[in-house]
Design a protein around this ligand. Structure first.
Ligand code: MN
Length: 641
């Protein structure tokens, strides 16, 4: 009895062996001697009868002798029988023996032409085979689409059982398979029309896995690019950035979707947009399916300066739905300009229940001990004795170039936008500004681009607004004039809305002189600023702060508070906000204090009934802080909704 092909041969070794002895191979006409092995059994047809035996054909080019001593029955030309290959003589002659089997499984063997994803389009219309790993199984209303990874990339293989019926139900994600089929040209890609799909086990599977590993190592290797600027501080991070680039390239090849979670501000966009662009190009290069970039990559803005439970719950929900509905693997989460702090760990603990790796590229003051055990990679300048001046946008532009260097000219102005948006005073800022100037952007314009981005992402809320954001940042944007007009419009609106906000709020700012000589300004952003409009409380506080710094020229601290939160900005005062939060937790019992951010810029949450106690304790600490000789060591606040 013959069973359908494509059934799984897994289970114990014994069962595998028993199954293997039942296999009879049916060679396709173009198979060659490379496709056969001694000890294996084959379907053969008689092409000649002689005194000492019969000659049999296994394919167009494979023929040999069954000596009469190895022959059981009597045959005429054209008869079919099953033979075992006994030996391949030195001169290439083949010796067979007849085998009589009551029960067997037929496995069709493809011709010698084994192709990779890359070669598929060169073999359209021909029967070929490819060996690889199933990375996605999607049931359409027509065929079942198996996305199969070979050593060079991923190719869609369409198998049809019946409309909407799962073909080869025994084949699952991660299986090592041999696909026999015909590459067919589609509109702008090649798809394999499957004739047979069989799961490989044992040595043949190991061999394929070995080839996939070698292929992946080669294809995933980041491109060797020189950093855009020479900057010793930045060089310390280059191994880390390269490791992230490699991991992302591997992730694409392995068919694991990537969910980018980025802080919804200027730097977060400068980090995520170039990476999104580079990864899309890399996916298009390694996946035949033109829809793959859309399915494998999502960019998701996060309002909070940490990974909120709301965000992670959505992420998990989407991941599980995509797995069920689209036969996708669970994703990798890539945290950008976010993700380094203890506040992120509850979210990470949720993901830890599933196979969802996390990579972090951030420049906020980190809590490495809390984060490290929960994430696979943690890149942060503070871990190398550097600080926020290396912005996430600067780091990610280099990662993007290691993934797809061809986009360099389109993204080389981005680090300057990121640096200005986050007020980086890194020594490389002048070099970054010079690069942007070569692309036609002066410093004033770069600031406006940052403001326009900030304004757009505020109103986009949870939407990535891909096309609009690309146009505003002039990345993957085909119309520079439209970019200019949009930046004009959005930057002007941002400016206008800030004016409107400050017109009201400035009247309600209170002042006191701290013991250390710094000015302290307070503003109740809940009651004295417009709510649910741009700029949000964090930015409103920041703008008030900037005005006061300019007005006084002295050390300034500004607190903007709501019922259960406060945002902090300081210039000329040596604050350590993460440290202050830790102390407040202990000193104000029942305050429910949490928060963090950069050293001199951050946010604190507390329970509303304890606001006075928390803010009083906070102000006391600020009054004790040392004054800086130099004023102007500020960074942009991670804003809160
Ligand atoms: Mn940032």
């Amino acid at each position: 009895m013959s069973t359908p092909n494509g059934t799984r041969n897994d289970g114990a070794d014994l069962a595998e062996e028993a199954a293997a002895t039942k296999i009879v191979y049916d060679l396709a006409p173009r198979c060659t001697i490379d496709d056969i092995e001694t000890g294996k059994r084959y379907h053969a047809s008689v092409n000649g009868v002689v005194e000492y035996g019969i000659f049999v054909d296994l394919s167009e080019s494979i023929s040999g002798l069954v000596h009469s001593s190895n022959l059981v029955g009597r045959y005429d030309v054209g008869d079919e029988l099953i033979v075992e290959l006994l030996e391949i003589h030195e001169d290439g002659d083949l010796g067979f023996a007849e085998v009589q089997m009551a029960e067997y499984d037929t496995v069709r063997v493809a011709p010698g032409e084994r192709i990779t994803t890359e070669e598929a389009s060169a073999f359209t219309g021909e029967v070929v085979h490819l060996d690889g790993q199933v990375v996605q199984v999607k049931q359409t209303s027509g065929p079942t689409i198996f996305q199969v990874r070979t050593e060079t990339g991923v190719v869609p293989c369409a198998a049809f059982e019946d409309a909407g019926v799962r073909a080869f139900p025994g084949v699952e994600i991660d299986d090592i398979v041999r696909v026999v089929g015909v590459p067919e040209p589609r509109r702008d890609y090649t798809q394999i029309e499957v004739q047979n799909l069989s799961v490989l086990t044992g040595d043949s599977a190991q061999e394929v896995l070995g080839r996939l590993r070698d292929g992946e190592a080669a294809v995933a290797e980041p491109e060797a690019v020189e950093p855009l600027v020479e900057w010793p501080a930045f060089e310390k991070l280059s191994d880390d950035l390269e490791a992230v680039a490699r991991r992302l390239r591997e992730t694409v090849l392995e068919g694991r979707p990537i969910r980018m979670r980025h802080h919804a501000d200027g730097d977060g966009l400068c980090a995520s947009v170039p990476l999104q662009y580079a990864l899309e190009q890399f996916i298009a290069r390694t996946w035949e399916d033109p829809d793959a970039p859309r399915h494998l990559l999502r960019r998701l803005p996060s309002k909070a300066p940490f990974y909120e439970l709301e965000d992670v719950t959505r992420d998990m929900n989407y991941a599980l739905e995509d797995r069920k509905r689209h036969g996708q693997k669970l994703p990798l989460v890539l945290m950008l300009d976010n993700g380094s702090t203890e506040e992120d760990t509850p979210a990470y603990r949720n993901l830890a229940h599933y196979d969802i790796p996390v990579l972090v590229v951030d420049h906020h003051h980190p809590d490495p001990e809390a984060v490290e055990e929960l994430v696979e990679m943690h890149v942060n300048p503070y871990l190398h004795g550097e600080d926020y001046r290396i912005t996430t946008g600067m780091m990610c532009v280099e990662i993007a170039r290691m993934i797809h260097p061809d986009i360099t000219s389109e993204i080389r102005h981005v680090p300057a936008v990121a640096g200005l948006a986050d007020r980086s005073e890194g020594e490389a800022m002048n070099d970054y500004l010079a690069l942007a100037l070569e692309e036609g952007y002066d410093e004033r314009r770069l600031v406006e681009i940052g403001e326009a981005l900030d304004y757009a992402t505020y109103w986009l809320r949870y939407n990535d607004g891909k096309e609009l954001i690309n146009d505003l940042l002039a990345v993957n944007c085909d119309d520079r004039e439209r970019h200019e007009r949009l930046v004009d419009l959005f930057a002007a609106r941002a400016k206008r809305d800030v004016e409107i906000q400050l017109d009201a709020a400035m009247q309600h700012v209170t002042h006191e002189a701290l013991d250390n000589g710094a000015h302290l300004y307070r503003i109740d952003v809940e009651n004295h600023a417009r709510r649910f409009t741009y700029p949000a409380p964090g930015k409103t506080t920041g703008k008030i702060h900037d005005r006061k710094v300019e007005e006084t020229g002295d050390p300034v601290i500004t607190i903007g508070y709501g019922p259960d939160f406060a945002v902090l900005r300081s210039d000329g005062v040596r604050l350590d906000i993460p440290e202050m939060v830790t102390e407040l937790k202990a000193e104000v019992p029942g305050g429910g204090v949490s928060g963090g951010g950069h050293l001199v810029v951050g946010s604190i949450k507390f329970v509303s009934g304890m606001r006075e106690e928390v803010i009083d304790a906070l102000v006391e600490k600020m009054a004790d802080a040392e004054i800086d000789e130099e004023i102007g060591t500020s960074a942009v606040l991670p804003e809160e909704e």
